[in-house]
Design a protein around this ligand. Structure first.
Ligand code: TXA
Ligand code: MG
Length: 316
């Protein structure tokens, strides 16, 4: 049964080929030594994740990125500008990373996380750590150690408690393995920030995108139907028509008087909303309600990533 581990215990477990929950600034990951195929296979099994969905490899430094991937000048600039941070870069992979990690793709997704505990684990172990989000496949990503234990406790050695995740939404993924940079997943690094360095970016987020097989259209399942509204006013109008106690409300702005509700950000701050999103989905999912009403945020900054996750949560 999984328990809370110290950093030393986690490093020992990882070096012994075991899998452990680890904090990052985005969401908690389920970590394994990326060079140990049996450990990586355990990660897929514990998450019930299809083998065709590749894992992100976490490393502590730019030098370590070079050990596992071919780093172009443009990709190097990107790392220098934004890492450590909530950014994952897809690059041509080197032999150091087993095919199992990348699901046979010739590329590897690499990230330098900005969490002191995760960086300590990476430095102390000397490992490259393959880590998907520490949730069963299809469910909401964990933003606390308790979430990890609740969802995967029985299947892992334990989790290191690094407190609640500050960003709270997964990393933004940019594919730099081909000529033109392409955004494969919206996330904790705003598109506007990336465009400062890379210029206008194209996005390819659809679930049918073979380059990011993990981006299935239905994900982040809170365990009940989610109905989306274009904005707060549309949600309020629907609530007025049908103010049933069975409905949970996920919103932002001035407080709404309704039984089960979760305010993502009273100040309408997109960064705060992103950091609260998964907690809100989880709380409503565990409450007495049978349905969730949520409204989209303006399409800018981290609002884009929040909307992306809400749309996936709403898909059946
Ligand atoms: O913030 C994050 O990125 C968290 C923390 C733990 O680092 N990790 C995370 O991992 O969200 P995961 O496995 O839940 O999502 C990884 C995504 C998947 O959609 C997968 O398809 C994509 O990254 N991916 C991984 N390797 C890839 C590759 N070589 N090419 C394209 N997409 C890739
Ligand atoms: Mg995930």
């Amino acid at each position: 049964m999984g328990k809370v581990l110290s950093i030393t215990e986690a490093v020992k477990a990882l070096c012994n080929g075991q899998i452990v929950g680890l904090p990052t600034e985005t969401v908690y990951g389920l970590g394994a030594d990326a060079s140990c195929e049996s450990a990586v296979a355990e990660v897929f099994k514990a998450k019930n994740r299809p083998n065709f969905d590749p894992l992100i490899v976490h490393v502590p430094t730019l030098d370590a990125v070079r050990e596992i991937a071919e780093l172009s000048k443009a990709a190097e600039q990107l790392f220098l500008a934004f890492s450590p941070g909530p950014l994952t870069v897809v690059l041509p992979k080197k032999e150091t990373i087993p095919d199992l990690v990348t699901s046979g793709h010739p590329t590897v997704a690499v990230r330098i996380p900005a969490h002191p505990v995760m960086l300590d684990v990476l430095h102390s172990s000397g490992l490259y750590i393959a880590a998907p989000s520490a949730n069963p496949f299809g469910f909401t990503s964990p933003t606390s150690a308790q979430h990890v234990l609740d969802q995967l406790g029985a299947k892992i050695s334990g989790v290191v408690d690094g407190g609640p995740c500050s960003v709270g939404i997964e990393s933004t993924i940019v594919d730099m393995s081909v000529g033109i940079p392409k955004v494969l997943r919206l996330g904790g690094m705003a598109l506007e920030q990336l465009e400062h360095v890379l210029g206008p970016l194209s996005t390819q987020l659809s679930s049918s995108n073979p380059n990011a097989p993990g981006m299935l259209s239905s994900h982040y399942n809170p365990g009940m139907p989610v109905q989306l509204f274009l904005d707060r006013d549309a949600l309020l109008a629907a609530l007025k028509m049908n103010g049933s106690k069975d409905i949970g409300v996920l919103y932002w702005g001035e407080s709404i008087a309704h039984g089960s509700s979760f305010n993502l950000s009273e100040q309408c701050n997109d960064t705060e909303a992103a950091s609260n999103l998964f907690k809100g989905l989880r709380l409503l999912g565990h409450s007495q309600v049978t349905q969730v009403y949520a409204h989209l945020l303006p399409e800018s900054g981290l609002g884009r990533a929040v909307n992306d996750r809400l749309q996936r949560a709403a898909n059946k």
